[in-house]
Design a protein around this ligand. Sequence first.
Ligand code: HEM
Length: 157
Amino acid sequence: MSYEITKTIQGEDVPFSNPAKEFYSALGYDGMKDLMYRFYDKIYESEIATFFPQDEDEFNEIKEKNTLFFIQICGGPKIYDESLEDKGLNEYMIRIHDDFSIYEKSRLEWLGCMEEALKETDMDQTLKDNFWDYVERFSKLTVNTFNEESKYMASLQ
Ligand code: HEM
């Protein structure tokens, strides 16, 4: 089923495959850029916007880098970092997220933005499903904060 999400379980092994090369071939550079820019526009309006720089130029830099990453991970030209092969690239991307406290809730918001962006994209659903499978799984590896309760949170009356 399209856009299905399963819960992240702490410490669980998450097998995943990179998206099919056909996803990038179908969209091309401009289509990929269009998808990622629309995705980040949604992120900017989402609950997880506060994770990202509020400065527009800095935010645009992330949009651009994100596009280059997704092109490379989909088997397109190695324009994000040519020194990193697929495995190294995925490991590097997990580490980038270690700097932020990402909850399951943040992942769901991220995936929700991606679902909307994909739905607006005119392409074969099988390719979208394949790409979704990658982001649904890989996003589990960005979740690094599992205790949703704060030590000093005052209680509501
Ligand atoms: C499939 C899952 C994900 C992928 C492939 C992904 C990919 C990326 C990429 C390519 C970047 C830019 C790295 C760079 O600066 O070169 C990035 C940065 C970032 N991502 Fe993700 N991401 C994913 C999930 C998430 C989730 C669930 C969150 C939740 C909040 C998140 C939050 C961030 C943040 C805060 C940054 C850094 C922004 C900064 O540099 O200030 N990401 N991600």
